[in-house]
Design a protein around this ligand. Sequence first.
Ligand SMILES: [Zn+2]
Ligand SMILES: [Zn+2]
Length: 127
Amino acid sequence: MPTGPTRKTKQRDAVRAVLGAAERPLSIDELLKAASRRADGLGVATVYRAVALLLDEGWIEAVEIPGEPARYERSDKGHHHHFQCEKCDRAFDIAGCLDNLRKLAPPKFRVKEHSVTLYGLCAACAA
Ligand SMILES: [Zn+2]
Ligand SMILES: [Zn+2]
């Protein structure tokens, strides 16, 4: 009997494809909605499992914005930060960082990491 990709594999591939093409971090709900267009019968449990596998592989990482559900993005994007739209609740990438952030720390303090999130209205919501 020929063995093609299983339904579960197709569903996982759909989640991977959505994250591969995404230009901004996506929540589980957003992933479910987008991946459902590529794979029939996709459920939230399958999306969670696919995300857990991709996190294990190191192919994606979680984006944690305080008070927000976790979002996920590819790990290969390099150092960057995020913009959170207060109206449509979407998160967007912002390019780069501020070179002098670490200079804000008091003398002799050692900065290990930082997080920066901008809040406001995205272009669509501001229009
Ligand atoms: Zn918006
Ligand atoms: Zn930074």
